[in-house]
Each structure stands twice: as structure tokens, then as C-alpha cells.
Design a protein around this ligand. Structure first.
Ligand SMILES: Cc1cc2nc3c(=O)[nH]c(=O)nc-3n(C[C@H](O)[C@H](O)[C@H](O)COP(=O)(O)O)c2cc1C
Length: 370
């Protein structure tokens, strides 16, 4: 492996400079186990350990109480949460790292247990037939409540407030979580969104909620501090059934995003094998690199070798690593010396406490232990 790896070159992202092109992908870890759902000292330790990444994107953080769908996830709507995040941001900055917060609304991927018995909000009353992880374990999702026009506006305001809170906490930017079957993705999808008003039907109508939100968010933070996450070929996971209109919908969104001077567009390669589905795209970076003019971040299943290759080929500018960053806090440092990477433990992805969270050793610590 070469030492002048593409991944290890610095990168200008808006008005900040990333020290390398490794990004820690956003990952829910369910460690905000307190009545406020605020980040704790454990979060500070976890993110500081990973500050060697050019950019950290935090776990999905709910923009309001109504936006939640999993236990112990951190939010960005209360004062206590802002205070908790401030400590995380300061610690990462001290290590010369950069950090965006992922703004999250799960929509129908939730359960009445989180909402005092009320139905979760969604574009339409269509059950995703999925599971929600509640305090009483996994429960079947329910038929959600179709959002009224007033609820649509209120939800957009929640994203605006969350963005203001993120600015107050000192984040370098925000990533709008518009992928993986959550609220915005539900609006994009023809099966999840069967509305007959201006937010449903045509492609323009199904993307309206997203673009209106983006336009409101950019009133409170510069465009070049906003990242957008999309997962065009998601199918059969998180309640999403792709349709023949799926790829044309994402083509439309991505071409329209060229009108904004965003920090980046964060795309995922397909989460599952979609090669048998002729209307889905198997190569996301290759399809969208020529269409999108701004900074392109790619994710899903990348290794040191394939990540360097995708940048060298010109198909992406940045690569986000998920699971590898769970088990290798010093991933960038390992890549720099071509050290082996450690395996992750799925059992502790969403468990509580430090085990499987802050106790993965660095390569140097691993060697000393051996
Ligand atoms: C434990 C875990 C939690 C995740 N939580 C989120 C999340 O909060 N927001 C999000 O956009 N993606 C989330 N993802 C998806 C990752 O960001 C990433 O897309 C996925 O792990 C694939 O990348 P990888 O192959 O490098 O792991 C999560 C993945 C894992 C493993």
C-alpha cells in the first residue's frame, strides 16, 4: 500500500479544511441513557477517541421529542442536550478534529410508546411493517398519522430550531438525515407517501417537504455548512419498497442540489444486493459523480483499499466509514501505517455502557496488550 494515499490528503470543505478524507459515518449507539437524552462524558470520550478522522458525523440526533424512534438516542432540541454536545464539540476541536451533527426525524419508524400512546407522524397512514426498539424491546410498528399541513410546517421549524442549537453547540455543520427510510425518505417514496395534496403524487411534490426544509435551514446556517445524506437504492430495509420512480426521484433531487453550495452530498452504495432489480442502480458513486457538481462523500462497505481507489478514480472526494470506526478509534492512524484493522462486535452496537463503545483499543494499545 502506498504511503501517499488519496485518503490521507487534506480536503477543503466549504470554509474549513479537513486533515484527511476519512469520515466517521453517522451511527446511532444508544448511549444517551438519561432522562434528558443528552450526550454524556462517555460521548465526549467516544468522539474524542475518533477525532483522527478528517470529519466526524455524529449519531442521528432527534430534532424534537416527536422525532424519536429508538431508545436512548441523543437529541438536539433541549438546553441540556446543547450543553452535552458543547462538551463533545470542544473536545473534538481540541484534537484538531471537525464535527457535524446529523439531524434526525424517524417519522413512521417509531412506536406510540415513545409518544404517550399517540401515533408517530408520517407523510401518510401507511405502516412500514417494521420493528421499533422500545424500552420494552422490539415492537411491531403501527399505522402512523398522516401529517397535517400544520404538522409539516411545525416539523420544518423543528429542523430550523435544531440547526440553531447545533450552531450554539459549536458544530462545524449539520447533516440532514434524508435517507435510510426515515421521514424525508418516506416523503420521497411512492409507497410510503400516498398523499393527494402538494406533498404527494408527482416527483416535484414528493420532494417538496425536503427542499422547503432545506431552504428554511439555510436561513440559519450557511449552505456550505450543510450536508445531505441520501440512499437512492435502499430497498426492503427500514420499511422502504423501491419503485420504478425511485431512481428518477433521486436523479431529480441530486440535480436540484446543484443549485445549492452545500458542504457535501453524502451517498450510500446499496445496503443490499439490488442487481436483480432492473430499475435500481447498483453503482451509486459512478451514477451520481457526473451529475453532482459539489463535494461527494460515499459510504457503505469500503475498506482502505477500495476507499483509496474510489477517490483515485475520481468517483468521490470523501469516504465515510461506519462499522470500521466503531472498532478502530484510530482508523486514520492505522491506515497511515497500513496496520491491520480490528473487528466490530454487533452485540454492543446499541447496548448501554462503555463496553463496545469506548473500550476498543488503538493499534498501539493492542500491541502493548499482546
Ligand atoms: C450501529 C450502527 C448505527 C447506525 N446509525 C446510523 C444513523 O444514526 N444515521 C445514519 O445515517 N446511518 C446510520 N448507520 C449507517 C452507517 O452510517 C453506514 O451507512 C453503514 O454502517 C454502512 O457503512 P459501513 O459499511 O462503513 O459500516 C448506522 C450503522 C450502524 C452499524
Amino acid at each position: 500500500m502506498k504511503t501517499n494515499q488519496a485518503l490521507l490528503q487534506s480536503f477543503k470543505l466549504g470554509d474549513i479544511t479537513l486533515k484527511n478524507r476519512l469520515v466517521m459515518a453517522p451511527m446511532t449507539r444508544s448511549r444517551a441513557e438519561n432522562s434528558e437524552n443528552a450526550p454524556t462524558e462517555m460521548h465526549v470520550a467516544y468522539y474524542t477517541q475518533r477525532a483522527g478522522a478528517g470529519l466526524i458525523i455524529t449519531e442521528g440526533s432527534q430534532v424534537s421529542k416527536r422525532a424519536v424512534g429508538y431508545i436512548h438516542t441523543a437529541g438536539i432540541h433541549s438546553k441540556a442536550q446543547v450543553e452535552g454536545w458543547k462538551k463533545v464539540v470542544d473536545a473534538v476541536h481540541k484534537e484538531d478534529g471537525k464535527i457535524f451533527i446529523q439531524l434526525w426525524h424517524v417519522g413512521r419508524m417509531s412506536h406510540p410508546d415513545f409518544h404517550n400512546g399517540k401515533k408517530p407522524l408520517a407523510p401518510s397512514a401507511v405502516n412500514p411493517n417494521s420493528k421499533s426498539f422500545t424500552t420494552k424491546g422490539f415492537k411491531e410498528t403501527v399505522e402512523p398519522k398522516a401529517m397535517t399541513l400544520q404538522e409539516i410546517e411545525e416539523t420544518q421549524q423543528e429542523f430550523v430550531n435544531a440547526t440553531k442549537n447545533a450552531v450554539e453547540a459549536g458544530f462545524d455543520g449539520v447533516e440532514i438525515h434524508s435517507s435510510n427510510g426515515y421521514l424525508f425518505h418516506q416523503f420521497f417514496n411512492k409507497n410510503a407517501n400516498v398523499r393527494t395534496d402538494e406533498y404527494g403524487g408527482s416527483i416535484e411534490n414528493r420532494v417538496r417537504f425536503f427542499f422547503e426544509t432545506l431552504d428554511k435551514v439555510k436561513e440559519v446556517i450557511p449552505e456550505n455548512k450543510i450536508g445531505i445524506r441520501l440512499n437512492p437504492s435502499l430497498n426492503d430495509v427500514f420499511g422502504i419498497q423501491a419503485t420504478e420512480e425511485t431512481i428518477p426521484t433521486f436523479d431529480h433531487i441530486i440535480e436540484r442540489l446543484n443549485n445549492y453550495d452545500l458542504a457535501y452530498l453524502h451517498l450510500s452504495e446499496p445496503f443490499t444486493d439490488v442487481s436483480e432489480i432492473d430499475f435500481l442502480e447498483t453503482e451509486i458513486a459512478k451514477r451520481y459523480r457526473p451529475k453532482y457538481k459539489g463535494n461527494l462523500m460515499i459510504n457503505t462497505g469500503f475498506t482502505q483499499e477500495t476507499a483509496n481507489a474510489v477517490i483515485e478514480a475520481g468517483d468521490a472526494d470523501l469516504v465515510a466509514f461506519g462499522k470500521l470506526y466503531i472498532s478502530n478509534p484510530d482508523l486514520a492512524e492505522r491506515f497511515a501505517i497500513n496496520a491491520p484493522t480490528a473487528e466490530w462486535d454487533e452485540d454492543t452496537f446499541y447496548s448501554q455502557g462503555e463496553k463496545g463503545y469506548t473500550d476498543y483499543p488503538t493499534y498501539q494499545e493492542e500491541k502493548q496488550e499482546a
